[in-house]
Design a protein around this ligand. Structure first.
Ligand code: GAL
Length: 643
């Protein structure tokens, strides 16, 4: 597939006379896509029922005439002020019960039925009008579900929808009481109408109650999104995307993915490094103007898997985009440095190497007004080119020279499970036990060894194509995955905390980790460790954060210096009873790969590799040149060659 570039544009922000010239310049630097519309509800429907789309017709025509393809966003992330007059109770409520007020965005509660009806209304109007417009070549639903902490709402609408959800699931309050263990602390309910939301309790609420609320809240996002995709598909056969985010686990993206043709995400590497990543201050200084070398790749691989959900095809071939790409300093992180020269190009090539169909820079022109006036664009507010403008043009001409890229299955895979993120958030047991952090540590170890990685959903059924599969921290192993463990082509490493909970969020009363046939290894005790404590391993590196006491007759592969088993193995399945630090994780994986005949190497600091079917890409996130495979790759540079 040929890679493409695009940009996010807000025609409603600029005089109409500028649109044609903006479009011409977009084409001139080689852009293909322009995403518009996603926040423009107050201009599409200035008063309830008064639709005004003349300006949007003309904007789409101007962009299309220049040769651009439009991605049209539904505007449901920004309900206009009049919506509140219609539905005063549509605002989400935070955990403290406070309304999330009007005056920014995403102030709606996913469960409010009246708001959903009005969303269906505006989406129908747009889909009917533009569903067959030749210039509208893709759709985006809403904008960044979960952004600004908006999945969990403690509103009246959420409470009544939650009660219905529970009644559907359990059928009787007695069944719910049994599943949750409500005999504990006299928490039994006599009716579903008695059940509240799990906030404002005196001390912690029942974790089973919280888990069901998390599942419910995720289902609400899925059904809200499906409401829109069902309508769009009635009028349009163009692909539908949503723009997901970095390190957001509040809803199950594999579930929304089933209703979307394309998974896309919004990549702000420098912002993420400063506000969304645990790392030493030395690491954050080194990558200050580049972003973390693994964070973007992790999401590229994750969303490629999400993008495979609708067709059910191989995860390596999922359809995905970067819908928003950082072009320069952002406005929202604690500190907002500028990218090193070359990074706006590097990030795009890294995405293409991971299989992105398109990368769209956010935004065309820096807005001189309102919340994001300090956020860079491809153009400055005075319309002069900002630094990323020339880099985007360079990428576009390199795409022309390079031609198509084809995806290839990776030799190793990592299971990623949103429910596990909720589980360990609900019951971390140690303050710093965070599921994303654990999965990311495993991913980083794989990537530092030069491996390309596929991500797998937790219900993957066939692992036969992979030499090594990691499933750390998957709280409840699905039946599908248990079956799939038997099919693995090489080996699987489970743990820590894998299969440590039943689906009712209780500890299984069979020995842990249960139901892993043939693995004679049980977890006799678990402990969490404060961040400054390390349990050294015999072979080097250490266990941090989490340590399990393993018993059984399985072969001991790794042990602590004090002789406690940490990695045990029976046949193809290994169980890891702790959270290895970077050194230990890399060694454990390198040893398994060596045993399985998978080549690994120790890469220069900051360099990462990614293979497509025909090419090897080498991506240098470091601030100085590196030498690799006989080539010098400059700071913030990317190179590729046939493999
Ligand atoms: C994204 C969002 C955009 C814009 C951008 C700024 O999260 O989708 O609308 O706010 O961040 O970096």
């Amino acid at each position: 597939m040929k890679s493409t570039l695009g940009v996010c544009y807000y025609p409603e922000h600029w005089p109409e006379e500028w649109w044609a010239e903006d479009a011409r310049r977009m084409r001139e630097i080689g852009l293909t896509w322009v995403r518009i519309g996603e926040f423009a509800w107050s201009r599409m429907e200035p008063e309830p029922g008064r639709i005004d789309l003349g300006w949007l017709d003309r904007a789409i025509a101007a962009l299309g005439k220049a040769g651009l393809k439009v991605v049209l966003g539904t505007p449901t992330a920004t309900p206009p002020r009049w919506m509140l007059t219609r539905h005063p109770d549509m605002l989400a409520r935070d955990r403290e019960g406070r309304e999330r007020g009007f005056g920014s965005r995403r102030h709606y509660c996913f469960s409010h039925r009246g708001y959903r009806e009005d969303c269906a209304g505006i989406v129908s109007v747009l889909a009917e009008r533009y569903g067959r417009n030749p210039h509208v070549q893709a759709w985006q639903t809403d904008n960044e579900y979960a952004c600004h902490d908006t999945v969990l709402s403690y509103s009246d609408a959420a409470r009544s929808a939650f009660r219905d959800w529970l009644a559907q699931k359990y059928q009787s309050p007695q069944a719910l009481n049994r599943a949750w263990g409500n005999v504990f602390w006299s928490m039994d309910y006599a009716s579903f109408d008695e059940i509240g939301l799990p906030n404002l309790t005196v001390t912690e609420p029942n974790p089973a109650h919280v888990m069901d609320f998390r599942r419910f809240a995720s289902d609400e996002v899925v059904s809200f999104n499906r409401l829109q995709t069902d309508i769009i598909r009635k009028y349009s056969d163009r692909p539908i995307a949503h723009n997901y985010m970095g390190r957001i686990t509040e809803f199950d993206h594999f579930a929304t993915g089933a209703d979307l043709d394309i998974a896309s995400w919004d990549s702000y590497p420098i912002g993420f490094l400063s506000d969304r990543l645990e790392a030493s201050s030395e690491h954050k200084r080194r990558y200050l103007r580049q972003g973390d070398p693994d964070f973007q790749a992790f999401h590229h691989d994750l969303y490629r898997a999400v993008g495979a959900r609708r067709t059910g095809g191989p995860v390596a071939e999922g359809r995905w985009w970067v819908m928003e790409q950082q072009p320069g300093p952002v406005n929202w992180a604690p500190f907002n440095p500028a990218p090193l020269p070359g990074m706006a190009r590097l990030w795009a090539w890294e995405a293409f190497a991971h299989g992105a169909e398109a990368v769209c820079y956010f935004r065309w022109r820096q807005a001189p007004f309102a919340q994001e006036q300090m956020h860079a664009g491809l153009l400055r507010p005075d319309s002069a080119p900002a630094p990323a403008y020339a880099e985007a043009a360079q990428v576009a001409s390199e795409i022309e020279a390079l031609g198509e890229l084809a995806p290839v299955r990776a030799p190793v895979a990592l299971v990623f499970d949103y429910e596990s993120a909720w589980a360990w958030d609900t019951q971390p047991q140690g303050r710093d036990f965070d599921y994303f952090r654990l999965a990311f540590a495993a991913y980083r170890a794989l990537r530092r060894l030069g491996l390309s990685v596929d991500m797998l959903p937790p219900d993957a059924t066939d692992l036969s194509d992979y030499r090594l599969v990691l499933a750390p921290g998957v709280a409840t192993l699905s039946q599908a995955l248990r079956g799939a463990l038997q099919t693995v082509g090489g080996e699987v490493i489970l743990g820590p905390r894998t299969n440590a909970k039943t689906s009712d969020f209780a500890i299984p009363t069979t020995p842990l980790p249960p139901a892993i046939p043939g693995l004679d290894c049980t977890v006799a005790l678990v402990e969490s460790l404060p961040p400054d404590v390390a349990e050294p391993l015999v072979k080097g590196g250490a266990i941090r954060h989490w340590l399990e006491r393993l018993e059984g007759a399985a072969e001991v592969v790794e042990a602590t210096a004090s002789g406690q088993p940490v990695l045990m193995r029976a046949g193809k399945v290994l169980y890891l009873g702790g959270w290895p630090d970077d050194e230990a994780f890399a060694r454990i994986i390198a040893d398994r790969c060596a045993a399985l005949g998978v080549a690994t190497e120790s890469l220069p600091e900051g360099l990462r590799l990614r293979d497509t079917a025909g090419l090897r890409f080498a991506i240098n996130y470091g601030p100085e040149p590196v030498t690799y495979a006989g080539r010098t790759i400059g700071a913030a540079d990317v190179a590729w060659w046939p493999r």
